[in-house]
Design a protein. Structure first.
Length: 267
């Protein structure tokens, strides 16, 4: 029987294929990475090959071309990922199964030629895996830097800044409302104007993510007091005349009916 060193060069490819498979699985976006069952992802490719659902050698004829306009980028990304994963698994299967069968069943004189045949396939499979892994990484970068993605990131950043501004303003207004005037707040509009006049000078000085106009700031505060339950509660505790719960208007049988948020139809 052949000495184990006969297949040592192929073990290097076997190990590198394993490293590649592990790398691309771990390079998945975090949302997908957390959901991936690594063992199942690998086993599913092995099953495809063993049961003849797909001929892995067909992947060797897939030409990697620049993505044309109109082609769905996500589809090409998925295609390259699947081929890279499948070829990495295939290279390891050739070593673990085909080469071991040769060592077990072939005569010592016929083993080298047969081993090199399998070895050639391992090289082709690993090279194919590397090429498609590279294409997958490039297209991922293209997607992450595309205009649409940049726009989405910009929208997310704007929304985040807006939410930060709302949280900040809510806290500042609550603090201001809790400082009850001698006779209590004389209406939420006047309270908003008073608080806006106090807060406005701080916006420019500390670059706060709040309206850059005192009038707009006053409008924001007025709506906040009226609509935000937690802010309205602080106002009511310190106002001369507490605000009633906001009402919603719905049409019932063609008649517009006002509904209190807590108590149902009003009037």
């Amino acid at each position: 029987m052949s000495d184990v060193t006969t297949i040592d060069p192929w073990q290097m490819i076997f190990d590198k294929a394993g490293d590649l498979v592990d790398a691309i699985l771990h390079e998945q976006p975090k949302s997908e990475f957390d959901a991936i069952d690594f063992e199942n992802a690998i086993n599913s490719k092995a099953i495809e090959i063993v049961w003849g659902k797909i001929d892995p050698e067909d992947d060797w004829s897939v030409v990697i071309r620049p993505v044309k306009k109109g082609v769905k980028l996500d589809d090409k990304i998925e295609e390259h990922f699947n081929i890279a994963l499948r070829q990495g698994v295939f290279a390891r299967m050739l070593y673990e199964e085909s080469m071991r069968k040769i060592i077990k069943n072939y005569t010592e004189s016929s083993q080298p030629g047969e081993l090199f045949k399998v070895g050639d396939k391992m090289i082709l499979a690993f090279a194919c895996a590397e090429q498609h892994a590279t294409a997958w990484r490039i297209l991922k970068d293209v997607k992450n830097n595309s205009y649409e993605v940049k726009q989405e990131k910009a929208r997310a950043a704007t929304q985040e800044k807006k939410e930060e501004g709302e949280i900040l303003l809510r806290g500042l207004v609550k603090g201001a409302l809790s400082k009850r005037p001698v006779h209590g707040w004389q209406g939420h509009v006047r309270a908003a104007q008073t608080i806006a006049k106090t807060l406005f000078p701080l916006i420019d000085e500390y670059r706060l993510p709040l309206p850059s106009s005192e009038d707009k700031l006053s409008e924001r505060i007025e709506k906040l007091i009226f609509r935000e339950p937690s802010v309205r509660k602080v106002y009511n505790e310190n106002a001369k005349h507490p605000l009633e719960e906001p009402t919603k208007v719905r049409e019932v049988g063609g008649v517009r009916v006002a509904y209190s948020r807590d108590s149902g139809p009003v009037g």
